[in-house]
Design a binder for this molecule. Structure first.
Ligand code: PLP
Length: 442
């Protein structure tokens, strides 16, 4: 009987004892290909010597210094590096220890910005249904993941939701991508007007939706139109790239592909690649100046913000991604992964959609392809796929509630950026077996 309060307390978990490239090895010697990077975290695999050495060096020199007394070299260098490649206007970095903390900082930054500006009425946050922004109360409140929110509804702050940009299910057959994007931008505009344009602080969205709906990319023009609506009403645009950022889509910042720059951008997961817990909130010069030129500081902070060893690890992760030229590999292997899956599933009755960007890929399962009818939620197909895959030595990230938080099943794949073409073929082979095994079992 374990004294750890586990995430899945009723499940007997294997003990992970080692990592080697894209594999994790348990105490019995069984190997698992990490085709989801855990939860889209381990982008360099599990044994990158450069990152391990950087952590050793930093912890020998100085593991940690509290940020109210000192700054550190790795924090300064990492922030410079992130800003140098960030979307235009994002000039400052607030370091935290993970994704939810990055979102909390983003929400409070947006709110404090308007207080400093003399617009204290701006308090509403608008997000999208079928989104996830974290499990702390603020992040959970704005998220649109129905089942994760439900037990906590009475203690969540008020938040507002509009439709996701989920082309497979929401784009009408007679609608172009452009018309679909326009319809969604119009819906956001109506929501802003309904709440009162001078009361809305920010619109927040995942650039590519991650765990809740399974690697759902926006259609072209969507974010440009959204940006225009936000600008029309002085509403800030917050993009959550905690899962989709730091190279996962083949671009360091996923929104580069959409040609937009947000006012605030959150990253985590791939930033430290799992070698250290770290996240960050990037902020525009305008917001920074309003706060620093106003009350002088951001009224926030945690003990571990700007943690020296975490920053040193993330700095080395980012150097490896650049020096090993990994982003072209993300694009090539991601394309290979989608093509192989589509080839395999061309005639499969239960694969409705294969989608994503870079090495961020979603497979949506349906009872029938023509009607896009989901499986009965009680079957828990997603859980069966997870089990079948794990038994075959494959880690993937399946989830239910794809359609509306209750029904629908998908599998999310987010393999390490170091994957080879052979690795991708092996992942496809094990995954297709696992899906067929799960379908036979439910
Ligand atoms: C898009 C997105 N935002 C926020 C979070 C929360 O991050 P964390 O689990 O590190 O708190 C996640 C985690 O999965 C995420 O995918």
């Amino acid at each position: 009987m374990s004294t750890v309060f586990h995430r899945l307390p009723k499940q007997l978990l294997p003990v992970a004892v080692a990592g080697e490239g894209i594999e994790i090895i348990d105490s019995t010697g069984k190997r698992y290909i990490d085709a989801s990077g855990g939860a889209a975290v381990s982008c360099l695999g599990h044994s990158n010597q450069r990152v391990i050495d950087a952590i050793k060096r930093q912890s020998q020199q100085l593991p940690y210094a509290h940020t109210s007394f000192f700054t550190t070299e790795p924090a300064e260098a990492l922030a410079d590096r992130l800003v140098a490649s960030a979307p235009q206007g994002l000039e400052h970095v607030y370091f935290v220890s993970g994704g939810s903390e990055a979102i909390e900082a983003a929400l409070k930054l947006a709110r404090q910005y308007f207080v400093e500006k003399g617009e204290p009425r701006r308090r509403h946050f608008i997000a999208r249904r079928q989104s996830y922004h974290g499990n702390t109360l603020g992040a959970l409140a704005i998220g649109g993941n129905a089942w994760r929110r439900e037990p906590f509804l009475p203690i969540l702050i008020e938040a507002h939701h509009v439709s996701p940009c989920y082309a497979y299910r929401e784009q009408r057959a007679d609608e172009t991508e452009e018309a679909f994007a326009q319809r969604l931008a119009d819906e956001l505009e109506r929501k802003i007007l309904e709440l009162g344009a001078d009361t809305v602080a920010a619109f927040i969205a995942e650039t590519v939706v991650g765990a809740t709906a399974g690697a759902v990319p926006p259609v072209r023009e969507y974010f440009r139109k959204i940006r225009a609506v936000c600008d029309r009403y002085g509403v800030l645009l917050i993009l959550d790239e905690i899962m989709s950022g730091m190279g996962r889509t083949g671009y360091l910042y996923a929104c580069e592909e959409d040609g937009v720059a947000p006012d605030i951008l959150t990253i985590a997961k791939g930033l430290g690649a799992g070698y250290q817990p770290i996240g960050a909130t990037l902020v525009s010069e305008r917001i920074y100046q309003a706060i620093v030129g106003g009350s002088g500081f951001f009224q926030h902070g945690h003990t571990y913000i700007g943690h020296a060893t975490a920053c040193a690890a993330a700095l080395e992760v980012q150097r490896v991604i650049e020096e090993d030229n990994l982003l072209p590999n993300v694009l090539a292997r991601g394309e290979q992964l989608r093509v192989r899956l589509r080839e395999h599933y061309a005639q499969h009755p239960h694969i409705g959609d294969v989608r994503g960007r870079g090495l961020f890929v979603g497979v949506e399962l349906v009872r029938d392809r023509a009607g896009k009818t989901p499986f009965d939620a009680a079957l828990k197909l997603h859980a069966a796929i997870r089990r079948e895959a794990f038994a075959r030595g494959l880690m993937v990230y399946p989830m239910g509630g794809t359609v509306d938080g209750k029904i629908g099943d998908h599998v999310l794949l987010a393999p390490p950026f170091i994957c080879t073409a052979r690795d991708i073929d092996e992942i496809v082979s094990r995954l297709t077996d696992a899906i067929d095994g799960a379908l036979a079992a439910v």
